[in-house]
Write a protein that binds this ligand. Structure first.
Ligand code: S3P
Length: 450
């Protein structure tokens, strides 16, 4: 299902109102970090609500290969008995991270300052993605990397024997790069400092503090300055993983475009570094409300109610919001197709190096379904048709990218003709219950033979 297997073609046909409650799975970013940080401390970390998507399962397998005892107790309940900071064992075999950029980049950081050798690989999507953005800063700690041309996987890392702390300014807005440096800094003596010009998701910082590390964050003119004191004694935790806002985006957006819909998506993490899509949708005229707002595990959480929104308008999305909704642009472009006027998205170069080139994948598929899209290196503009006017009818390539597959299936829920995707298999990487959950709301999403 992770893209290694036989393609699973799927079709989405316009449906009646979507209604009911959509309980989406646990947050992918927090799930990876729970397993990795659990493996980096001595003792037993317990996790409730872990996302059991293939990406996270691959990270669980990797943590076992580095010596941690990872146990699935059923129903999203997991435990990790860690080996301690700097205690990773050398894996006996290649670490296969499947489709997951977060998995491989965070794990590279976590092992980079231990005196061990590990070789990483992934599927065709992951093996095409840039890794130098992580191995360059890890080299400053004393970790060596040898990979394929262009810094691609498969790649072997030789961890530093005597790591030194690092001061590093992240050159691209990337929480994966920031996190890899911080995880490497855990086993270096002294203070590791990471500076990011643009704030990206801060789960690693919050969780490191929760695990007992000394970490300080300061907002300065140069950006966020994060200072981590190395070689802390991390203490095992109990973690309740909030539901994933990036998965919530799919039922939320579907309800906005399917006439008559009213869907409740409960318990969604609304950390400001993740919630940019919901702000954007409201600016477009979405009938999207936050109910029962509360704090859970130190994170803002709310139940989202999303209703059919007849008057959606295209807007210019502020580029400074990009990092807080980076994974949501594909599904935003679907909502934009049903809005009146242009939706302008700038400052989104990073979309070109995700599981696929997401600007290209969406632009090609939307055009085939009758939507006008213009695009450049770091921008794209979707010219909306308004409700009832999206033709649909095309077969779209998912490019081994879960969010591309799900976005086109959402497009088909209100288009004049069914929308097909060539392979829905990758959906299992992040949202394994997407199909039954959307069907239970009333969507007509089915597997097809062509
Ligand atoms: C993630 C960071 C983002 C995001 C990815 C998850 C994370 O990637 O796209 O899905 O958990 O740190 P970048 O760091 O490449 O922006």
């Amino acid at each position: 299902m992770s893209g290694h297997g036989t393609p699973i073609p799927m079709t989405s046909t316009a449906c009646g109102p979507l209604a009911g409650t959509a309980k989406v799975p646990g947050d992918k970013s927090i799930s990876h970090r729970s397993l990795i940080l659990g493996a980096m401390c001595i003792g037993k970390t317990t996790i409730e609500g872990l996302l059991e998507g293939q990406d996270v399962l691959d990270t669980a397998k990797a943590m076992r290969a580095f010596g941690a005892e990872v146990t699935d107790h059923g129903g999203g309940s997991w435990s990790v008995v860690g080996v301690g900071d700097g205690g990773f064992a050398e894996p006996e075999n290649v670490i296969d991270c499947g489709n997951s950029g977060t998995g491989v980049r965070l794990i590279m950081g976590a092992m980079a300052t231990s005196p061990i050798v590990a070789t990483f690989t992934g599927d065709a999507s992951l093996n095409g993605r840039p890794m130098a953005r992580v191995t360059d800063p890890l080299a400053l700690f004393g970790c060596q990397a040898v990979g394929r041309k262009g810094g691609r996987l498969p790649m072997t890392l030789v961890g530093a024997e005597t790591p030194v702390p690092v001061r590093y300014t992240v050159p691209v807005p990337s929480a994966q790069v920031k996190s890899a440096v911080l995880l490497a800094g855990l086993n270096a003596p002294g203070q590791t400092v990471v500076i990011e010009a643009e704030a990206t998701r801060d789960h690693t910082e919050r969780m490191l503090a929760g695990f007992g590390a000394e970490i300080a964050v300061e907002d300065t003119d140069a950006g966020r300055v994060i200072t981590l004191t190395g070689q802390p004694e991390l203490k095992p935790q109990h973690i309740e993983v909030p539901r994933d806002p990036s998965s919530a985006a799919f039922p939320v957006c579907a309800a906005l475009i399917v006439p008559g819909s009213d869907v409740l998506v409960p318990g969604i993490g609304l950390n400001p570094t993740r919630a940019g899509l919901f702000t954007t949708l409201r600016e477009m005229g979405a009938d999207l409300t936050y109910e029962n707002e509360r704090i859970e595990g130190g994170e803002p959480v709310a139940d989202l109610r999303s209703k059919f929104s007849p008057d959606l308008k295209g807007i210019e999305v502020p580029p400074e919001r990009a990092a807080s909704m980076i994974d949501e642009y594909p599904v935003l472009s679907v909502v934009a197709s049903y809005a009146q006027g242009d939706t302008v998205m700038r400052g989104v170069k990073e979309l070109r190096v995700k599981e696929s080139d997401r600007i290209d994948a969406m632009a090609v598929g939307l055009r085939a379904n009758g939507i006008e899209v213009q695009d450049g290196p770091d921008w794209w503009i979707v010219s909306g048709k308004g409700h009832g006017n999206v033709a649909g009818g095309a077969l779209c390539a998912s490019h081994l990218d879960h969010r591309i597959a799900m976005s086109f299936l959402i497009l088909g829920m209100a288009s004049q003709n069914p929308v097909r995707v060539d392979d829905g298999g990758p959906i299992a990487t992040s949202f394994p219950i997407f199909e039954p959950l959307m069907q239970q709301l009333g969507a007509q999403v089915v597997r097809t033979n062509k």
